[in-house]
Write a protein that binds this ligand. Structure first.
Ligand code: NAD
Ligand code: GDD
Length: 327
C-alpha cells in the first residue's frame, strides 16, 4: 500500500488555501493547515489546523519539525485586491509580513527536509511598463525582467521567487512557483477592503436594487483576466506533480474590462443598473496571462469560461449580502 502523503498548507484559513485543503483531502492526503486566523466561511477541513503567526521563525520551525512533509504549500501572505495593495497605505506591512513569512518558510523547509515546496507568486511581478494598453497581448514568463512591478506587493513576490530559487540552487530544495492571475470564486473575501474586482462587482450588484447605480473605480475600461478557483488548483496540483519548477503563469486569457465584468454580474443577477465611475486605486491598465509556456511544460492550460465561474460566485456573494442584511 502507498504511504499516505503529508502536506502542509500555510495560509489554510484564506481563500485559495481553504479550497486547496479540501482538494488535497479529496486526493487522500494527510493535511496540516496553518493560519493566523480561522477561515471566515467554513471550518478548515485539514486533519490538523494550527492557528499560528508564520512571521515567527521558531513557530515555522516547530510546525515543520515533528513530521517530514512531502509537500509544503506556501500561500500565507498579507494580501488583497487593488484597494489594498495599490493604495500605498500598506506597502511596509505587506513587504515586512510577507517577506518574513517567506524567509521563514524557505529556511524551515531546508532545515526540516521538506521534499517539495510550492510558492504562490503573482501577475503583479510583471513590469508596469508593458501593461499600459487595455488590449494586453498576454504576459509571458520571460517578461518579468528587466523588472519593474507597479507595487511593493509585486516586488516582494519577485524577491521571494528569487529567494526560493536560491534555496533550490544552493541547498537542493525542490521548488515549484506559479504566478497567479487574479483568482476568484465562492468562499473568498467579498467585502472589507481586501476584495478583488470579481467579488466587488458581485457584491455591488447584489446590494443595489434593479434600476439602481453601482460605482466602479476609474473609467472601467481597464482590463484583466480572472481565473476560477477550481482551475487554479488544477494548475497547482499539475505543477506540483511535474518536474517543472517554473515560474509559470496560472491564469486565464479571457480578457474583460471591469465595465463588462460588472455587466456580467448584472446579467447573472437579472438586473439592469447604471455605472458611476469614481476615483480609486487602479493598478495597471491591462493585464492578461499568456499560456503557451504552461501548455508546453504541463500539457494543460486553463480553458473554463469566465461566466461559468462568475455564476456560482455571484450566487454565493448574493447569499452573503442577504444574510448580512438579515434577509
Ligand atoms: P488570502 O488573503 O485569502 O489568504 C492568505 C492567508 O494568509 C490569510 O488567511 C491570512 O490570514 C494568512 N496569513 C497572513 N499573514 C499570516 C501570518 N503572519 N501567519 C499565518 N498566516 C498568515 O489570499 P488568497 O487569495 O487565498 O491568496 C493566497 C496566496 O496566493 C497569497 O500568497 C497571494 O499573494 C497569492 N496570490 C493570490 C491571488 C489571487 O487573485 N487571489 C493572485 C496572485 C497571488
Ligand atoms: N477591488 C476592486 N473593487 N477593484 C475595482 C473596483 C472595486 O470596487 N472598481 C473597479 N476596480 C478595478 C481596479 O481599480 C483595478 O483596475 C481592477 O478593477 C482590478 O482590481 P482587483 O481585482 O482588485 O486587482 P488587480 O487585478 O489590479 O490585482 C489583483 O490581482 C493580482 C494578481 O493578478 C490583486 O489582488 C493583486 O494583489 C494580485 O496579485
Amino acid at each position: 500500500m502507498n504511504k499516505q502523503k503529508r502536506a502542509l498548507v500555510c495560509g489554510a484559513g484564506g481563500f485559495i488555501g481553504g479550497h486547496l485543503v479540501r482538494r488535497l483531502k479529496s486526493e487522500g492526503y494527510f493535511v496540516r493547515g496553518v493560519d493566523i486566523k480561522d477561515h471566515e466561511f467554513f471550518p478548515v477541513t485539514a486533519d490538523e489546523f494550527i492557528r499560528a503567526d508564520l512571521r515567527n521563525p521558531v513557530i515555522f520551525d516547530e510546525i515543520t519539525r515533528d513530521m517530514q512533509f512531502d509537500e509544503l504549500y506556501q500561500l500565507a501572505a498579507d494580501m488583497g485586491g487593488a484597494g489594498y495593495v495599490f493604495s500605498g497605505e500598506h506597502d511596509a506591512e505587506v513587504m515586512h509580513n510577507s517577506g518574513t513569512i517567506n524567509l521563514n518558510a524557505a529556511e524551515a523547509a531546508r532545515k526540516n527536509k521538506v521534499k517539495k515546496l510550492f510558492y504562490s507568486s503573482s501577475a503583479c511581478i510583471y513590469p508596469a511598463s508593458i501593461q499600459t494598453d487595455p488590449d494586453n497581448p498576454g504576459l509571458r514568463e520571460t517578461d518579468a525582467y528587466p523588472a519593474g512591478p507597479d507595487s511593493d506587493y509585486g516586488w516582494e513576490k519577485l524577491f521571494s521567487e528569487r529567494l526560493y530559487f536560491a534555496y533550490m540552487r544552493n541547498y537542493g530544495l525542490e521548488v515549484h512557483i506559479a504566478r497567479f492571475h487574479n483568482i476568484f470564486g465562492p468562499y473568498g473575501t467579498w467585502e472589507g477592503g481586501r476584495e478583488k474586482a470579481p467579488a466587488a462587482m458581485c457584491r455591488k450588484v447584489a446590494e443595489t436594487p434593479d434600476g439602481g447605480e453601482i460605482e466602479i473605480w476609474g473609467d472601467g475600461l481597464q482590463t484583466r483576466t480572472f481565473l476560477y478557483i477550481d482551475e487554479c488548483l488544477e494548475g497547482v496540483r499539475r505543477l506540483m506533480n511535474s518536474d517543472f519548477s517554473g515560474p509559470v503563469n496560472i491564469g486565464s486569457d479571457e480578457l474583460i474590462s471591469i465595465n463588462d465584468l460588472a455587466g456580467m454580474a448584472m446579467k447573472i443577477a437579472g438586473k439592469t443598473q447604471s455605472i458611476r465611475h469614481i476615483p480609486g486605486p487602479l493598478g495597471v491598465r491591462g493585464r492578461s496571462s499568456e499560456n503557451s509556456f504552461i501548455q508546453e511544460k504541463l500539457g494543460w492550460r486553463p480553458t473554463a469560461r469566465l461566466l461559468d465561474g462568475m455564476t456560482p460566485t455571484y450566487r454565493w456573494i448574493a447569499e452573503q449580502v442577504a444574510a448580512r442584511n438579515g434577509k
